[in-house]
Write a protein that binds this ligand. Structure first.
Ligand code: CA
Ligand code: CA
Ligand code: CA
Length: 495
């Protein structure tokens, strides 16, 4: 009998079913469980890997977004500063570095817990970073103080209001790292990188002892936030509004860091954004600047100690329920995770020999001061000129030394040290900018808290001012999702 259909004989089907019901052997079961486990592990790995990739991508795009957003704000402020430059009371750049760890993991991986030293190659050879280095352990926390014309609106309010109605065509803008709150109640505000017990507000402390209790939110470089504090200038603030007040006893009020509001808060408290003055009034205020102890650049930048600059308070995550004072402190928070903030300037301050680039006179020659690229050596053809940037000494050629021909140096250093025989021996103190500089010979041994300051004020009203400001910012991820911070460079045209 031949079966033409596809159905096997019933007996055969039963036999096979019986065989199938006998199921898997223990060995088969174990093997299949093992296979499933391996599969699960594999899937987990793939998901873990892709979520890490997504995390890094997200952190990267966040940094890029913040960097781009900052650009439009910088440019807008520069436009305002540019239109106020000719009669602005002053312009100040203050530069200072601190040693700091990138994050907790960086601290824990460091053998001697000192951020100024690092075993770079992992071979036991310890490198000690210099004060003028700019890297993952040596950070710049520069500040820019400037005046601007252009409409700015109120962002803080009197009493219970989160933002009073009002605007001003003149403003005072300060960029710089913020003091951030610790976890106490009420919070104490701490300087970036500082772990001195007792709210010392030192510029930096290289020992990480007690950072968790002393400065849990502003110790590591990736925790830092650069602030943008905008104060509206209004000669006659509206009635019923709180504002920073001019006071005879405080010469640089109402824009000095310790100027007081009508309700008692300090300017650095970031409580209000309205000041009782104007560009004209304030220029006159600081024009009567007299005596070595009362210069406007000191009056506007002075912090709690001689080397500590004034830093404004910020709180990016104000507690709930929100009060108007807490809301006001969220306003200045501008660039999060900003591990470097460098401000440098360029302009036409001197006359240079077109063949050698050496300074021949301390008068502008109509050409923005320049450097030769590549470095000028005997017999080198002149290839091209690059803008010369002035500021806190910085080794931009990355050869380990600061050289006036190629690197960023203070203007006074450049005009003093150009090795021309006709060079003047000294720079007049008010030419064409007031600069606090250390002798160039001491750059390699410069104390870690030494600072640079350049200021243009009423006494240099007719002297040359910067044509450009260069801001370099590094934005990093607090969670360490990216290998290193992203660098952004903004060149702001002032004239
Ligand atoms: Ca170390
Ligand atoms: Ca020039
Ligand atoms: Ca160099």
């Amino acid at each position: 009998m031949t079966h033409l259909s596809g159905n096997p004989p019933r007996r055969n089907r039963l036999a096979r079913l019986r065989r199938e019901r006998a199921g898997f052997s223990l060995l088969e079961l174990m093997v299949s469980i093992a296979l499933v486990l391996i599969l699960i592990l594999g899937i987990n790995q793939v998901f873990g890997l892709s979520s890490r990739t997504v995390g890094a991508g997200q952190a990267l795009s966040e940094a890029n977004r913040d960097g781009r957003n900052a650009q439009s704000i910088f440019f807008e402020d520069a436009r305002g500063a540019s239109s106020a430059l000719s009669d602005a009371p002053c312009l100040i750049i203050r530069s200072q570095g601190v040693y700091a760890f990138r994050n907790k993991a960086d601290l824990e991986a460091d053998a001697d817990q000192n951020p100024a030293t690092q075993d770079l190659q992992g071979d036991g050879k310890i490198t000690t970073f210099r004060s003028y280095d700019v890297n993952e352990r040596r950070h710049r926390l520069d500040q820019l103080f400037m005046f601007a014309r252009g409409v700015n609106h109120r962002q803080t309010g009197t009493g219970g209001s989160f933002g009073d109605v009002g605007s001003s065509f003149e403003s005072y803008i300060v960029y710089g790292h913020l003091q951030l709150p610790d976890n106490a109640s009420p919070p104490g505000y701490r300087y970036p990188g500082d772990s001195t017990p007792g709210n010392g507000n030192a510029v930096s402390n290289s020992t990480p002892a007690n950072w968790q209790t002393q400065n849990p939110n502003n110790y590591f470089a990736t925790q830092w936030i650069v602030g943008r504090s905008v104060f509206l200038l209004d000669a006659a603030p509206p009635a019923g509004t709180a504002f920073y007040k001019r006071a005879i006893t405080d010469k640089f009020s109402p824009l000095a860091p310790f100027s007081k509001a009508t309700t008692g808060e300090l300017l650095t408290d970031s409580r209000y954004d309205l000041c009782e003055t104007s560009l004209d009034t304030y220029r006159q205020t600081i024009a009567f600047d007299d005596g070595p102890l009362a210069k406007f650049w000191q009056g506007l930048t002075a912090g709690p100690t001689a080397v500590a600059p004034a830093r404004f308070l910020g709180n990016p995550t104000p507690p709930r329920p929100l009060t108007s004072a807490d809301a006001a402190r969220a306003v200045p928070c501008f660039l999060r995770g900003c591990t470097q903030f460098l401000v440098e300037y360029a302009g036409d301050f001197c006359t240079q020999d077109p063949m050698t680039g050496l300074v021949t006179s301390l008068q502008p020659d109509g050409i923005i001061d320049y450097i030769f690229d590549p470095p000028l050596k005997v017999g080198d053809p002149v290839i091209k000129k690059k803008v010369r940037w002035y500021g806190f000494p910085r080794d931009v050629t990355d050869d380990g030394t600061v050289d006036a021909r190629q690197d960023v140096v203070p203007l006074a250093h450049f005009v003093r040290n150009s090795d021309t025989s006709s060079m003047v021996a000294d720079v007049p103190s008010a030419f064409p900018v007031w600069e606090r500089v250390v002798p160039s010979s001491s750059y390699p041994t410069m104390p870690p808290d030494d600072y640079f300051l350049a200021a243009w004020g009423p006494d240099t009203q007719n002297g040359p001012k910067p044509t450009m400001i260069r801001i370099t910012a590094v934005l990093d991820d607090a969670d360490g999702r990216i290998a290193a911070g992203q660098s952004f460079e903004y060149v702001l045209k002032l004239q």
